[in-house]
Ligand binder design. Structure first.
Ligand code: DX5
Ligand code: ZN
Length: 222
């Protein structure tokens, strides 16, 4: 289990887009640490969500860090549009770009650089980039849609990332994204994750503040 600070990042993808400002303010007031923004282009994943104008809109309703998750082809091309508004930018190892260069550019702009791995991808593909990222995002669903069930077999990747982090003496967060609720948060934290993206479980909760607190305490609530 990681001794790192637990970070709860509600995904605005699960919010009501017609009332995005209120939704962002709601989860900010409910105790979120970061706001996760899922950018999808209809090519890299089979869904279109929103782009940089929407993310800028989100930024006007919170002072929390924005965790931008690019599920797009050519993240290297679109990157500059997010650099001034994001706190962290995560791109996929599978997205067909010069991964090392993208990570370097994100860091040079003063953002945290994230590297994401989709469920079918061998975790060994991240090894050439060790030392170049601040966040390792292990997808716990196939990217593209909220509300999917958590894939427990991805915990092997979380444990592998945690093991390599220790072995190389590195310092990065391990983020899990997809199907995170109180139960799967506990499973993820036990495997070594500390950065929890939660869409449906937070936005559909009867009380968002209680849900966020429950997620934060998941490690102790077993
Ligand atoms: C999936 C996205 C997730 C999604 C999570 O492609 O990357 O961030 O919004 O939503 P839930 O928590 O509903 O699985
Ligand atoms: Zn995401």
């Amino acid at each position: 289990m990681s001794s790192r600070k637990i970070i709860i990042a509600p995904s605005i993808l699960a919010g009501d887009f017609a009332r995005v400002g209120e939704e962002v303010e709601s989860v900010t007031a409910a105790g979120a640490d970061w706001i996760h923004c899922d950018v999808m282009d209809g090519h890299f994943v089979d869904n279109i969500s929103f782009g940089s104008a929407f993310v800028e809109g989100v930024s006007r309703h919170t002072k929390l860090p924005l965790d931008v998750h690019l599920m797009i082809t050519r993240p290297d091309h679109y990157l500059p549009r997010y650099l001034s508004v994001a706190s962290s930018i995560t791109s996929h190892v599978e997205a067909g770009h010069d991964v090392a260069d993208t990570l370097r550019r994100v860091r040079e702009a003063g953002c945290q650089a994230g590297l994401a791995v989709s469920p079918p991808t061998d975790i060994a593909r991240i090894e050439p980039y060790f030392g170049l990222f601040d966040i390792l995002l292990i997808m716990t669903v196939n990217p593209g849609f909220g509300g999917q069930p958590f894939l427990p077999e991805m915990m092997e990747k979380v444990r592998f990332g945690d093991m390599l982090r220790t072995k190389h003496g590195l310092d990065f967060e391990i983020e899990v994204d997809g199907g995170i609720n109180v139960e799967t948060a506990r499973t993820s934290i036990e495997a070594g994750a500390n950065l929890l993206v939660a869409g449906t479980s937070v936005f559909r909760a009867a009380d968002r503040a209680i849900e966020i607190e429950k997620l934060r305490c998941a490690a102790q609530s077993g």
